[in-house]
Design a protein around this ligand. Structure first.
Ligand SMILES: Cc1cc2nc3c(=O)[nH]c(=O)nc-3n(C[C@H](O)[C@H](O)[C@H](O)COP(=O)(O)OP(=O)(O)OC[C@H]3O[C@@H](n4cnc5c(N)ncnc54)[C@H](O)[C@@H]3O)c2cc1C
Length: 463
């Protein structure tokens, strides 16, 4: 706080502070972090470790962003249905051990996969599915060879691109997979939220997302299946003077010498004055209406497109706790990946009898009611096809619904070739603002932490 407090004594700033014209509590911090998901929480914890005072402004009633842990109301048993698994790398492990959270190998309890076309309810045999996708190990070897060709993309933080980018990186991933025999990877990918648009995603972004670290290391997760515990521990470490939940930001103004954020929480209005701002929320113009967006930022952010992801829990499914039922498209050339908006799979809980989670992806935005109705209709077809019966006297119930949209940020090929990412990188530090989050790296917690660690922290600490 040295810098801000000393600045407050300067006459040149005397007029700037009262210009807020607000009656809220004024809080002075070194760094204010907007968004308390994977990247914002990590940045805040690391800055606090480096003796910076921080404030995290989060709109939800908890930190953690895309982590969702359902708790059984009777037993309290946790069931993760958002983020499942983290990289088993040094940076992630340092973070978990500082927080004192017990992690364990993510082994999973699932013993087998069954397949059905959710749009028709037709069961697809495992042999047919395997025939259409191909061998997993062969595909994995082939993917590693592809990643090795483009290490500047697959194994580096952020986007630091060469002047010329090979044409094949702009092939839709479906075509790239056919060219390099990657079909066997699809069965694995299809159970994730990439389902629904994977075939059209430019390979450029798949290389970044499905990187070497992710495919080479066995993942870990919170030992009891409660990934929310990681972020609850982070909240406790940061302390109540530093974490502002249920926040609605009214305005962010970036002055030459400091940043001012005006926001409200259920306890009233607050103003944070800070030296530096870390923005970890999606950089889409429609989500940044409270920010004094510069012309340069506007020009870049308007180029981002994204997808739409939702996750929920179904109770009373009648599913066995050991078998996933996966949505499989039987059309030729799809490697089983459902083409449009679709539920990826019904994945049962180990500890909550008859509960399963469903993640749903869409290339376009849908209302909560539409998504719920689609998931429910998919489940009814699956229940009928597999002859599943809800436990005695119950019916399937959908609960704990979340939208994680916008998700998976891309820009068009012309933008990438035209130097979009160099221009995006040049935003770092301008207007006292540092950008992190999936749009600047990829949708992968460990990747985001490494990005924050390598590309942001040293510069923020020097600023
Ligand atoms: C269903 C699902 C499963 C996933 N599984 C995995 C997995 O197993 N392993 C993995 O590594 N990654 C996984 N991911 C990806 C991973 O969760 C993301 O890459 C990561 O969470 C992105 O972090 P972030 O900080 O960019 O965004 P987020 O985690 O989304 O954080 C952004 C935060 O900003 C807050 N916010 C938004 N707007 C405002 C505002 N106006 N004011 C204040 N706060 C605001 C949000 O509430 C949120 O908390 C999964 C994602 C989803 C959706």
């Amino acid at each position: 706080m040295r810098c801000i407090s000393s600045l407050l004594l300067l006459p040149s700033l005397a007029f700037a502070i009262p210009s807020t014209n607000h009656h809220g509590r004024v809080i002075f911090k070194d760094v204010v972090v907007v968004g308390g998901g994977a990247s914002g929480t990590y940045a805040a914890i690391r800055l606090a470790q480096e003796n910076k005072t921080v404030a995290v402004i989060e709109r939800n009633d908890r930190l953690g962003g895309q982590v969702n842990t359902y708790k059984d109301p009777k037993t309290g048993a946790p069931f993760d249905h958002g983020v499942m698994v983290y990289g088993n790398d040094t940076i992630s492990n340092n973070f978990f051990s500082y927080l004192g959270v017990k992690m364990a190998r993510f082994s999973g309890h699932i013993k087998s996969n069954a397949y059905a076309d959710f749009s028709t309810g037709k069961i697809i045999s495992a042999a047919t599915a395997m025939n259409m996708t191909g061998n997993y190990l062969t595909a994995l070897g082939s993917w590693r060879a592809q990643l090795d060709k483009y290490l500047w993309l697959s194994n580096e933080t952020g986007f630091h691109l060469p002047e010329t980018i090979p044409d094949e990186l702009f092939l839709p991933f479906g075509e790239y997979s056919a060219k390099y025999n990657l079909g066997g990877l699809m069965a694995l990918l299809a159970t994730t939220v990439q389902n629904g648009y994977l075939l059209q995603t430019p390979t450029f972004y798949m290389m970044k997302w499905l990187n070497i670290n992710q495919s080479a290391l066995k993942g870990i997760s919170q030992a009891d299946g409660n990934n929310q515990a990681i972020y609850d521990a982070a909240q406790a470490k940061l302390g109540e003077d530093s974490v502002f939940l249920n926040s609605t930001i009214q305005r962010i103004t970036r002055f030459e010498d400091f940043v001012e954020i005006v926001f409200s929480t259920p306890s009233g209005e607050h103003i944070v004055i800070a030296d530096q701002l870390v923005m970890s929320i999606p950089p889409k113009l429609e989500t940044l209406d409270f920010l004094d967006v510069s012309k340069h930022e506007h020009k870049l952010f308007k180029q981002f497109s994204s997808k739409f992801i939702y996750t929920t829990v179904l109770l009373n499914t009648g599913l066995s706790s050991e078998q996933v039922i996966q949505n499989f498209n039987p059309q030729k050339g799809t490697f089983g990946i459902p083409y449009s908006a679709a539920t990826a799979a019904f994945s049962p809980s180990q500890h909550i009898s008859s509960a399963a989670f469903a993640q749903y992806a869409s290339p376009y935005s849908q209302t909560e009611d539409e998504v719920k109705a689609n998931i429910f209709a998919d489940f009814e077809r699956v229940q009928k096809a597999f002859n599943l019966t809800s436990p005695h006297g119950t019916k399937p119930i959908l609960t704990d619904f979340y939208s994680h949209s916008p998700y998976f940020f891309t820009v068009p090929e012309e933008s990438i070739r035209g130097g979009f990412y160099n221009k995006l990188n040049s935003l770092q530090g301008k207007h006292r603002t540092w950008w992190t989050g999936a749009a600047f790296e990829s949708q992968d917690s460990a990747g985001l932490w490494l990005f924050t660690e390598k590309e942001l922290l040293p510069r923020i600490l020097k600023a």
